[in-house]
Design a protein around this ligand. Structure first.
Ligand code: S3P
Length: 439
């Protein structure tokens, strides 16, 4: 039901794209380092657990649930010749719900001697894995999938061939997997994606001392690559910030500040899109420290948002934020469209189908397109509707949180409950506690 006001300052959970990489890349490096982060979600905890199973994660302190920073001591498995995950024993690693973990690990596992079997939950086991297996095989890796899905089995340790890849999907996960595998190949590997992708892999590997560059949509890695472990403090997740940015932009009485959020330009498309819709957002960058920019973001109530059209060139930078941007569109004046976002159908759920079905359930005029949606907005309500619709999340954290925001700001004709609020923990443990802090 609509909240009377939304005010306060939050320190959000760690960016999971950066956290996975900070842990994993250090586990392939030379030496050891400390990776610290606030409130890691279940996906990042899967990475920590997998690295602990490999013997790469020595100590953990801090409490993920009480807001104190969690500190991981990571020991790298680099050989004298190249970066590598440690260990020679055969292992099975549970990637939980995390596509990023499974795909990056598949690439990384080619560098360790021994067989690595990657398993995941039901959602992850239905997601496409040949997109990494096929190009890894082209480099000479021994990797199998079960009809294109998990379990993914990598028999690592064999020398790989430097290769020029032209990917069919613009995926930072695939690019990252190939970049990690290329570390153990003697020569230059090039990966070109058909569109823009987040650049955390390149930034972090360069920070650790690997020879890796990105020019346009091409990443070049010079193998064999070896890098040093380095301490990293992971900033808060801009994809988590997106929920409060949409809430603040839609709500008539909001003033929300989000501290130490990652400001990587490939990740803050949500700010640019909300500004195009008329939102009032201020960004104050902090002094640069480490491989990723960070700073404070403040959002305040303003004029009613207006509709926006997002096409293929826009969606890469907001791919994870599209469900909550659909909520913004449902409160905006006019008809908005999203096209070029068919990748949404193979995320943790079919996010096109579930976003549109959820909006329809709360009385929004929303229509599915093959690669996106069309949504006609209506003003938000400031009073409870009486009665409540049930929104199906498909156990997808971003769908659950997007519709919790819809309910919080009175989007649609009907209040709503989500069928699985707990799944928010995948990326945002304490999401509902943070909501309580703003009331
Ligand atoms: C991610 C890349 C994106 C994104 C995912 C995280 C990453 O997926 O949707 O949540 O950390 O590399 P794709 O690589 O499939 O585009």
């Amino acid at each position: 039901m609509p909240a009377p006001q939304l005010r306060g300052t939050l320190r959000l959970p760690a960016d999971k794209s950066i956290a996975h990489r900070a842990l994993l890349f250090n586990a392939m490096g030379r030496g050891s380092a400390e990776v610290s982060m606030h409130r890691p979600g279940a996906d990042v905890r899967s990475t920590a657990a997998a690295l602990a199973d490999l013997g790469a994660l020595a100590t953990v302190d801090g409490d993920p649930d009480d807001g104190t920073p969690v500190r991981h001591r990571v020991t790298g498995g680099a050989t004298a010749h190249h970066a590598a995950l440690p260990g020679t024993a055969d292992v099975a690693l549970d990637c939980g719900n995390s596509g990023t973990l499974m795909r990056l690990l598949a690439g990384a596992a080619t560098t360790r001697a021994g067989r690595t079997v990657l398993v995941g939950d039901d959602s992850l086991s239905s997601r496409p894995m040949e997109r990494i297996a096929e190009p890894l095989r082209a480099m000479g890796a021994s990797i199998t999938t079960a009809n294109g899905h998990a379990p993914v089995t990598v028999a690592g340790g064999a020398p790989l061939t430097p290769t020029t890849h032209l990917l069919r999907v613009a995926s930072a996960q695939v690019l990252g997997a190939l970049t990690l595998a290329a570390a153990a190949a003697d020569g230059v590997t090039e990966v070109t994606t058909p569109g823009p992708t987040r650049d955390h892999t390149e930034r972090l590997l360069a920070f650790l001392g690997a020879r890796v560059e990105r020019a346009g949509h091409t990443t070049t890695i010079h193998g064999p690559a070896i890098w040093d472990c380095r301490d990293i403090d992971v900033p808060a997740d801009p994809s988590a910030a997106a929920f409060w940015l949409v809430a603040g932009a839609l709500h008539p009485d909001a003033d929300i500040t989000l501290d130490h959020v990652g400001l990587n330009p490939t990740r803050i498309g949500v700010i640019r899109v909300l500004e195009r819709m008329g939102a009032r957002i201020e960004v104050t960058p902090a002094d640069a420290a480490g491989p990723e920019p960070a700073g404070t973001i403040r959002v305040r109530s303003g004029e009613r948002l207006h509709a926006v059209d997002l096409g293929p060139d826009d969606v890469a930078d907001v791919i994870d934020e599209l469900p909550v941007l659909a909520v913004a569109m449902a409160g905006a004046a006019g008809t908005s469209t999203v096209t070029g976002a068919s990748e949404l159908r193979v995320k943790e759920s079919d996010r096109i189908a579930l976003t549109v079905a959820g909006l329809q359930a709360i009385g929004v005029a929303a229509e599915e397109l093959p690669d996106g949606w069309r949504i006609t907005g209506a003003p938000v309500r400031t009073t409870a509707s009486g009665g409540s619709a049930l929104v199906i999340t498909g156990a997808d954290h971003r769908i659950a949180m997007a519709f919790a925001i819809a309910d919080l700001v009175g989007v649609g004709t009907t209040d709503c409950d989500v069928d699985d609020p707990a799944c928010a923990d995948v990326s945002y443990p304490g999401f509902f506690d943070d909501m309580g802090r703003l009331l």
